[in-house]
Design a protein around this ligand. Structure first.
Ligand code: TPP
Length: 256
């Protein structure tokens, strides 16, 4: 007897329901990558807010460049680091749209530092989703501004050295000091509880963006197991032990 998909996937056994906005294209991410989890949360929140036809995402340069292939909403690709500037234009032209950027730490905290800080400081009614995996994932694991002191990367093989490379940049702490920001938070997605909190944070940020409350930043402290050269499980443990003390989780600012 030939088994069909319906024979294997019975509704009572379904533990993972794909949001309707996420299509069936196979993802290019490495097994264990945090990007796919955050993509799902973004799609779920847009659906739950009923904003499927009114959302414009700005995709980055980096591993998540192909986010536009997986979530069926309107997208605009931006040059490396320029997503907040592009989001500014789109939100100002179409104030009734939900506009968000989705950026890695190389994109947001290095080449795009100026755009990020100024868009947040202007209080643009957008949300920036910031995936901080502490390295440049797509290009082969080079050191990023967010790389931890002592952390080995392709371009810091002896570990990040403060004398040579300076200190890891805390963009989210900077964002919290800016007058234009409404909601600034740091979350993660390595456990079910953490995933739920991140979803709530994205929802709040998206609602603020629609209610004219100002700029919103949701950092997600993430892993890059390929770049870190660890298993997905070991990466999560390493992140909890090393990343969380330097990048503590929780809300940094909530104007409400
Ligand atoms: C102007 C410009 N400079 C450099 C690059 C090369 N480049 C592509 S992706 C990337 C880094 C991406 O790292 P990150 O933003 O942390 O995202 P991740 O891949 O880790 O998700 C770089 C430097 C580019 N495409 N354009």
């Amino acid at each position: 007897m030939t088994m069909t998909k319906e024979d294997i996937i019975k509704p009572e056994n379904l533990v993972y329901k794909k949001p309707k906005l996420m299509n069936d294209k196979p993802m290019h991410y490495c097994p264990g990558c945090s990007h796919g989890v955050v993509h799902k949360l973004v799609a779920e929140v847009i659906e739950e807010m009923g904003m499927e036809d009114k959302t414009v995402g700005i995709s980055p340069v980096g591993c998540a460049v192909f986010i536009y292939n997986y979530i069926d909403i309107d997208w605009q690709e931006a040059a490396h680091g320029r997503a907040p500037a592009v989001a500014t234009a789109i939100k100002r032209l179409w104030p009734d749209k939900l506009v968000f950027t989705y950026q890695g730490d190389g994109d947001l905290a290095c080449i795009g530092t100026a755009e990020t800080i100024h868009a947040l400081n202007r209080g643009e009614n957008i949300t920036i989703i910031f995936i901080n995996n502490a390295i440049y994932g797509m290009t082969g694991g080079q050191m990023a501004p967010t790389t931890l002191v002592g952390m080995k990367t392709a371009t810091s093989p002896y570990g990040r050295d403060v004398k040579l490379h300076g200190y890891p940049l805390k963009m989210t702490e900077i964002a919290a000091t800016l007058e234009g920001t409404a909601y600034v938070t740091r979350q993660s997605v390595q456990t079910t509880a953490a995933i739920r909190k991140t979803k709530k944070a994205i929802r709040k940020a998206f609602e603020n963006s629609m209610n004219g409350k100002g700029s919103n930043l949701v950092e997600v402290v993430s892993t890059c197991n390929s770049g870190w050269k660890m298993s997905p499980e070991a990466s999560n443990k390493w992140m909890e032990e090393h990343m969380f003390p330097y990048y503590p989780l929780g809300d940094l600012k909530d104007k409400e």
